[in-house]
Design a binder for this molecule. Structure first.
Ligand SMILES: *[C@@H]1O[C@H](CO)[C@@H](O)[C@H](O)[C@H]1NC(C)=O
Ligand SMILES: *[C@@H]1O[C@H](CO)[C@@H](O)[C@H](O)[C@H]1NC(C)=O
Ligand SMILES: *[C@@H]1O[C@H](CO)[C@@H](O)[C@H](O)[C@H]1NC(C)=O
Ligand SMILES: *[C@@H]1O[C@H](CO)[C@@H](O)[C@H](O)[C@H]1NC(C)=O
Length: 328
């Protein structure tokens, strides 16, 4: 989803340009680099592009909070319109492989001791895929906004003017589990209808794998998630685009029944390391006001200040884990 509000274009403020010049970019590991902020990678959502003004504004905000932050916007193509098409069409496994290869080949990111990651909407579960499948360089904190960690059970309506969206959604009608759709249509790869759970387990090209829902569990996925310092899950309080919105918190919504993550097998059997991460205080459930991707500068500023920045920054110690619904 494109970011709805126009974040103030901070680069127009001369002082920030000066700040960016005065603070060198992160250098390869060395004794004198400890105070430099870790680089930040951002993966945008459906219908958006890496070059969009909203995404650039978010990066500029991150640099304003922690001067010297190198920001890299993940892209499937340097051509912004092709990058946008790739949010609808493509094989998510291959898209994550491309992101892994691009990050691993980047002259600065590849030499950083760690990186932070910020995922908007579907970009959030894709960055989780990066952590589980590559994680080189490793992610310190992963923050996701309105992401579909437990899938979606309905597809969104497209605006009539958006033909890429309409072509993509037309393919889906009645065919969500076909291998053609699963290999090409991005939202289908995180479609998860609890009423068709067996078909999902059999055919899902992406989500069933990274959620380790199949019988054979991948130990590396668990290990890689549990090694995060923070996984911060924002749900939009009035999200009307993502069905169900509770997917942002890994909650299971089946009909009218809502099962919080901590009451699910995914957690109790710790299929992907969320329980271990929770025990060390690294799993955070947060609510942002508004509809899907209605980001406020205030929420972004607070998030960047708390979770991103220099490696030595010690994040606040979280209160002891309570069984329940997160901190609604
Ligand atoms: C998990 O992350 C490590 C690096 O931290 C990486 O070497 C490993 O390949 C990752 N696991 C998988 C399955 O890719
Ligand atoms: C998606 O791409 C991966 C890697 O190329 C491939 O193994 C997989 O079969 C593809 N998925 C589908 C449903 O074709
Ligand atoms: C969801 O509920 C239906 C009907 O009550 C049930 O058949 C199905 O197994 C449930 N799915 C999951 C994933 O729990
Ligand atoms: C967010 O941080 C930037 C940079 O410090 C500042 O200019 C802006 O006023 C802040 N916005 C809010 C709403 O706090």
């Amino acid at each position: 989803m494109a970011i709805r509000n126009q974040l103030r274009l901070l680069l127009t403020a001369g002082s920030l340009v000066t700040a960016a010049v005065a603070n060198p970019l992160p250098k390869p590991l060395g004794d004198d680099t400890d105070d430099l902020p870790l680089p930040l990678v951002i993966w945008h959502g459906l219908g958006d592009t890496y070059a969009a003004e909203g995404i650039r504004g978010v990066g500029e905000l991150a640099e304003a909070i922690h001067p010297g932050t190198l920001v890299y916007n993940i892209r499937m193509d340097d051509d912004a319109s092709k990058d946008r098409s790739a949010t609808f069409l493509g094989n998510v496994t291959e898209q994550i492989e491309k992101a892994c290869a691009d990050i691993a080949a980047h002259p600065i990111l590849s030499t950083a001791p760690a990186i932070d990651a910020l995922g908007f909407s579907q970009g959030g579960q894709f960055l989780r895929g990066y952590v589980e499948r590559c994680n080189s360089p490793p992610v310190r904190s992963l923050v996701t906004f309105g992401s579909q960690h437990n899938g979606i059970s309905a597809f969104r309506e497209c605006p009539t003017s958006d033909w890429v969206c309409r072509v993509a959604m037309a393919l889906l009608k009645g065919n969500a589990w076909s291998s053609l759709v699963q290999s090409r249509l991005v939202p289908a790869q995180y479609y998860r209808n609890p009423e068709q759970y067996d078909q999902y387990l059999e055919h899902s090209n992406f989500l069933a794998d990274i959620n380790n829902e199949r019988a054979a569990k991948k130990a590396e996925y668990k290990e890689n998630i549990s090694k995060l310092e923070n996984l911060v899950l924002y749900m939009f309080a009035d999200d009307k685009t993502v069905v169900p919105k509770e997917t942002a918190w890994f909650e299971e919504v089946n009909g009218t029944e809502i099962t919080p993550l901590r009451a699910r097998k995914l957690y109790s059997e710790d299929w992907i390391g969320l329980r271990e991460l929770d025990r060390k205080g690294g799993l955070q459930f947060k609510t942002a006001p508004g509809d899907h991707m209605e980001l406020s500068e205030k929420v972004l500023n607070e998030t960047f200040a708390e979770f991103f920045g220099p490696l030595k920054l010690k994040n606040k110690v979280s209160p002891p884990v309570q069984l329940g619904h997160g901190d609604l």
